[in-house]
Ligand binder design. Structure first.
Ligand code: COA
Length: 333
């Protein structure tokens, strides 16, 4: 008997209400709206409200995906949340989400995964393995971030890039029939590059001397943007080609390419490298900014809801993030 295949039966997303334009940023740091839009393609990003947590964004996106799938939260047998900005050190944000969406009675396992901007595609790949092995039947996979909480608002090289949001999918195990579902996933990492993109500070570094319970130990995003840019294009290009080759498909077979929404120039350079026309690239970076683990599922949900992605389409998800980590998922919609 063939292994079950994981099919996406619903997508959802959520963005906080507050928008921050480039003009507003230009009042905070030495930059201009024109510099930001021409170097990154970003026009605005969303900022979570005070007290609005990653789990709130994740639960909203998850509920919308469940509604789209016509799935009761009580039918879920696994919840995975990809995030680098969890509500708490522990427990996992996925546990908080389980309660917020009313799925706690399932006693289904929940966990977070942390692969920064590659997090959602990593989580999707893990969920796919759970379904292929027969361990899970209905899985909620979420990418959610409140990345603006870890930005240094005095650093013009990073604070202009990121935004908050969440996206989610519901996966279902299907057996037999056509090839609709996740065809393959590929995951990679190279820990040589930790310093090029990281958050300063951290739990195991301990508290600073002169212990002060009020001390804010949260660090800030620190990035060597130029080097990250080059590595991102190279890695996302390679993993896209790997996905197509593994399935005996070519770039002409792809209907929609959804790369991690880091920067419009990265998206364009990656598409060019893989030889995918820009008309097939889903771009949301202009109105979302870089939402890290939320970026791919946010873009996916937008393209599903506006009717671009239709049954039978070949959709290629591709992501890159700190670590470095990078991954792809090839899906027959
Ligand atoms: N406004 C105005 N000037 C800025 C600026 C800003 N917000 N940020 C940087 N600059 C300046 C720099 O200080 C530098 O000035 P200098 O030449 O006097 O030293 C100049 O602009 C060029 O900087 P550079 O870093 O070469 O610009 P860039 O074209 O590489 O663009 C990024 C910078 C950050 C937009 C770009 O490198 C990038 O997007 N990298 C990838 C980041 C990313 O997506 N990371 C997440 C991946 S998961």
């Amino acid at each position: 008997m063939n292994a079950p295949r994981a099919r996406i039966i619903g997508t959802g997303s959520y963005l906080p209400e507050k928008r921050m334009t480039n003009d507003a940023l230009a009042k905070l740091v030495d930059t201009t709206s024109e510099w930001i839009s021409s170097r990154t393609g970003i026009l605005e990003r969303r900022i979570a409200a005070e007290g609005e947590m990653t789990s709130d964004l994740a639960a909203h996106a998850g509920q919308r995906a469940l509604e789209a799938a016509g799935c009761d939260p009580k039918d879920l047998d696994l919840i995975i949340c990809a995030t680098s900005t969890p509500d708490l050190v522990f427990p996992a944000t996925a546990a908080i989400v389980q309660r917020k969406i009313g799925a706690q009675s399932t006693k289904a396992p929940v966990f977070d995964i942390q692969a920064v901007c590659t997090g959602f595609v990593y989580a999707l790949s893990i969920a796919d393995q759970f379904i292929r092995s027969g361990m899970s039947q209905k899985v909620l996979v979420i990418g959610a971030e409140t990345f603006t909480r870890i930005l240094d608002w005095n650093d013009r090289t990073t604070c202009i890039l990121f935004g908050d949001g969440a996206g989610a999918v519901v996966l279902e195990a299907v057996e037999g029939g056509d090839d609709r579902g996740i065809l393959s996933t590929h995951m990679h990492a190279d820990g040589s590059y930790v310093e090029l993109l990281h958050v300063t500070g951290g739990i195991s570094q301990g508290r600073p001397s002169g212990f002060d319970v009020k001390h804010d130990a949260l660090g800030f995003v620190d990035m060597h943007g130029n080097e990250v840019f080059k590595q991102a294009v190279k890695a996302m290009g390679a993993v896209a080609e790997e996905a197509l080759a593994a399935n005996g498909l070519t770039v002409d077979d792809v209907d929609w390419f959804i790369p991690h929404q880091a920067n419009k120039r990265i998206l364009q350079a990656t598409a060019k490298r893989v030889n995918i026309p820009e008309s097939k690239v889903v771009m949301t970076v202009d109105h979302h900014g870089n939402t890290s683990a939320a970026s791919v599922p946010l873009a996916l949900d937008e393209a599903v809801r506006d009717g671009r992605i239709r049954p039978g389409h070949l959709v290629l998800l591709d992501a890159f993030g700190g670590g470095f980590t990078w991954a792809s998922a090839l899906i027959r919609w």
